[in-house]
Design a protein. Structure first.
Length: 204
């Protein structure tokens, strides 16, 4: 009878020894996931600042484009006026002055109507505005991905802490029934951690 009791006590001691190591492992993993969530949080903050910068730049380029578009219309109207004036007033002095203004307006208009890669052209300004806006949208997508990752790491941490808590109570109360849920909940946390680490596409 005493041998039976001794074996039973050894079995109980062995179980709670496993629980102890399990709690230690979960605590280390909980610290790890908390650290990762914090690091991703800092990355997210940086990305939000960067995305706002892209949005502001996009708006600036858009404003420049709209201003230059209005300027283009004004220049075309002025060129039409100069053409009319040139044909109606033929004095040598006026012709020279009008031709000077005409050349200056035409030069500016040529810049505005230049190709996409020409600095200062309408197409170039539009391209810059659209590029910055595309970067802003990409940043928003990246921030959403990071937010999902942070949420998953926080969820894993909760699982690990609950499991460690149940394991600790199981040890203190010497109650195996509390130890089993600790293994299950902790196991779920570890599996999710494994998936987010090695198979992130399945969760994000």
């Amino acid at each position: 009878m005493s041998d039976k009791l001794e074996r039973k006590m050894d079995s109980v001691s062995g179980f709670f020894l496993i629980v102890t190591f399990f709690i230690i492992a979960l605590s280390i993993l909980a610290v790890y996931t908390t650290t990762l969530a914090t690091e991703f949080g800092l990355t997210k903050d940086d990305m939000q600042i960067s995305s706002l910068t892209h949005l502001i730049k996009s708006m600036d380029w858009e404003n420049d484009y709209n201003e230059e578009k209005v300027g283009e219309r004004i220049l075309k109207a002025q060129l039409d006026d100069l053409n009319i004036t040139l044909h109606s007033n033929f004095t040598k002095e006026n012709v020279a002055k009008i031709e000077n203004n005409f050349a200056m307006y035409k030069s500016h208009l040529d810049i505005l109507e230049g190709i996409e890669t020409a600095n200062g052209s309408l197409l170039n300004l539009k391209y810059k505005a659209e590029s910055e806006y595309d970067r802003f949208l990409q940043s928003v997508d990246d921030i959403s991905d990071i937010s999902r990752r942070i949420g998953i790491y926080e969820l894993i941490t909760i699982f690990l802490i609950i499991a460690a808590g149940l394991g600790g109570v199981s040890e203190i109360a010497l109650n195996k029934l509390l130890g089993y849920p600790a293994f299950i909940i902790g196991g779920v946390g570890v599996i999710v951690l494994f998936m987010i680490t090695f198979l992130p596409s399945t969760l994000t």
